[in-house]
Design a protein around this ligand. Structure first.
Ligand SMILES: Nc1ncnc2c1ncn2[C@@H]1O[C@H](COP(=O)(O)OP(=O)(O)OP(=O)(O)O)[C@@H](O)[C@H]1O
Length: 620
């Protein structure tokens, strides 16, 4: 979106898309609501117009009569009552319809956004601030709903009231109408100035609130770091600055937008007085055929002619805010979902008496790649052939080649920023490589369905994410249909049972989503148990760097050893002590594999690994 477009009063493309979406889903309701608005406006204008008849045909003839008959007058007042009552009913109807429609659109869009977001590539989240994304779900959806429930119907109401009143006014008196149009043009010029100013500040206000959301999100996730470095004061100052920027923009936006009503109200009053004076003078001089009823009706109509201008300008502001939010919502919905052309799937298999593999829906603990109707037992051989990769323009991996054989323990070591995590990111296809190939049991990973590829790779990250629920629920996240017994076995294998059983309700103990009630070591043990339950044939471990007490560290190490037995594993090592027994150690530097071999071979080489081992080089 260009800046020019952002500053445009209304982005017609976005508006068109929104209206199309609303009409295609809720066409019937919207037509009914529009009908309600038309009836409500007509009722107001006709009611005012009727005053002319009421005075000229029913009230004036009664003046001076000795025994006046009020019957016809009462009848006429009754008709007027019916007109106004139908206006009230119609306006209640359209308000209700628009409120319900706004809520439905909100729910539909939120669902769509969430579903769509789940399909977006990792790269999108790496580049998008989570707070700004959150703000799309909350603020932008809110302003959109306000726009649909309030601004759209009231704007249409204002435009119709204005147009109907104008027609009626010309029918009553073209001279007074010309005066009104002159005053109207003056009003429009004032409102236009105010709107342009307030629009700029409203847009700025939305941008500032997005920045605040982003900042709060970032600070919440990094609160510990802030405390460790005692940076609370700087953070507070930075936050205050952002909050001040928001306040300045919001105040300016409000000053201009709230001036519109009082100013236009007074323009309306001015018009009222002007019409009364000019109309009265013309009637007294007998220059025109203006009756008392005509002047009274005209005065009433001049109100419903001038008031909508202020109302419409106010609603236009809400529409501008709503459109900015809608644009961000559509931008999220337009993000390209992760493409997946893979056809090879992962299935559970069991062997019959002859050793032939048969696919089964049951969990068997044995997996196979399914290509067409062919089944190949998943072994866990992974090969990188001259892999190159770049994040955008930045080349990160260069000619990376290695063979990880089924069941081998592979360790990746190297300085920070060397590209270890990136090797894992391209293996599970969070990102696609630019050159070379990666094969898994001889199949190019591009041919494997992404979900199935990822299901075959168990991931244990440095930061364990636990969800609000019981300990058992959290382990079961690894395989949702696992039985209690299987959950317990996984915890046993991960060496987690001892600490779990010490908790008040054992496996049924509830923990909170931010897992502050468990130590980091305990969280790691749960992550290992979870991965054990997933039973993925290939494991990826991003070793924790944090300080964990020696006893828990030994437990974790034992849990990992148990888990790695019989599986191909890739461990990103931050301490060399955990990788001495690896089958293959790859030393990565600046996106290249600079050395490869087992511990003894690499020590003999007297290269980078040797320097790391002897402390001449460090990993962090
Ligand atoms: N999402 C990303 N977008 C752009 N560049 C990135 C991204 N992730 C990593 N990089 C860059 O790629 C390079 C390799 O990063 P990577 O995370 O693979 O290193 P690493 O060896 O795992 O480091 P560490 O041990 O510190 O985790 C770094 O220069 C980093 O700045």
């Amino acid at each position: 979106m260009t800046d020019k477009k952002q500053n445009q009063a209304v982005d017609w493309q976005t508006l068109g898309r929104l209206l199309k979406m609303m009409f295609s889903n809720y066409g019937g309701r919207l037509v009914l609501a529009i009908g309600g608005i038309v009836v409500s406006c007509l009722a107001t204008v006709l009611g005012s117009y009727f005053i002319q008849f009421l005075i000229d045909s029913y009230v004036t003839p009664l003046i001076g009569k000795k025994a006046p008959d009020f019957g016809p007058l009462l009848q006429a007042i009754g008709v007027m009552g019916v007109i106004f009552a139908s206006g009230i009913i119609a306006s209640l109807l359209y308000s209700q319809i628009m409120a319900a429609t706004g809520q439905r659109v909100q729910k539909t869009l939120r669902d769509e956004m969430f579903t769509h977001m789940e399909g977006l590539p990792q790269g999108y989240f790496d580049q998008t601030n989570a707070g700004i994304l959150m703000s799309t779900y909350t603020n932008d959806i809110d302003t959109l709903m306000q726009m649909i429930m309030q601004a759209f119907p009231q704007l249409l109401n204002s435009v119709l009231s204005f147009s109907f009143s104008l027609v009626m006014m010309f029918i009553l008196s073209w001279q007074l109408s010309m005066i009104s149009v002159g005053v109207f043009i003056l009003g429009i010029l004032i409102v236009r100035f105010l709107i342009v100013r307030s629009r700029l500040y409203y847009q700025q206000q939305q941008r500032e609130i997005g920045k605040i959301d982003g900042f709060v999100e970032e600070m919440l996730s990094g609160l510990k770091v802030v405390k460790v470095f005692s940076h609370e004061k700087q953070v507070q100052q930075e936050f205050d600055q952002k909050n001040d920027d928001w306040q300045i923009a919001a105040t300016q936006a409000n000053i201009y937008s709230t001036s519109v009503f009082p100013i236009m109200g007074n323009v309306g009053n001015f018009l009222y007085v002007l019409v009364a004076i000019v109309g009265g003078t013309l009637a007294i001089n007998g220059k025109t055929a203006l009756t008392l009823g005509t002047i009274a009706a005209f005065l009433q109509l001049s109100r419903s002619f001038s008031q909508p201008i202020a109302g419409a300008s106010q609603q236009l502001n809400f529409i501008i805010q709503g459109m900015a939010g809608t644009r961000r919502i559509f931008r999220l919905l337009d993000q390209k979902e992760e493409s997946d052309h893979g056809t090879v799937t992962l299935v559970n298999v069991e062997a019959d008496e002859t050793g032939r593999l048969n696919e089964t829906a049951e969990y068997t603990g044995k997996l196979a790649w399914k290509t067409g109707t062919d089944l190949t037992l998943l072994a866990g051989n992974v090969t990188f052939n001259n892999v190159d990769f770049a994040y955008g323009q930045e080349d990160v991996l260069h000619q990376v080649s290695f063979v990880a054989q089924a069941g081998q323990k592979i360790a990746l070591v190297g300085p920070t920023g060397a590209g270890k995590t990136t090797i894992i990111n391209v293996l599970n296809r969070f990102y696609d490589i630019s050159q070379g190939s990666i094969t898994y049991d001889g199949i190019n990973i591009r041919q494997i369905k992404k979900d199935d590829l990822r299901a075959s790779l168990g991931l244990i990250l440095q930061e364990t994410h636990l969800f609000t629920g019981t300990i058992a629920d959290n382990i079961r996240y690894g395989r949702l249909n696992a039985s209690d017994e299987e959950v317990k076995q996984a915890a046993d294998l991960a060496q987690a049972t001892a600490f779990i059983e010490k908790l008040p309700q054992g496996f049924q103990t509830r923990i909170s989503g931010n897992s502050s009630d468990l130590s980091q070591g305990q969280q790691q043990l749960l992550a290992i148990a979870r991965a054990a339950l997933t039973d993925a044939p290939v494991l990826i471990l991003d070793e924790a760097t944090s300080n964990i007490d020696t006893q828990t560290e030994q437990l974790i190490q034992q849990g990992l050893e148990n888990l790695m037995a019989g599986r191909t594993s890739f461990a990103i090592a931050h301490r060399l002590s955990t990788i001495f027994d690896s089958d293959l150690i790859m030393v990565i530097d600046d996106g290249r594999v600079v050395e490869m071999g087992n511990h003894d071979e690499l020590i003999e080489k007297h290269g980078m690994y040797y320097d790391l081992y002897h402390g001449t080089l460090t990993l962090e």
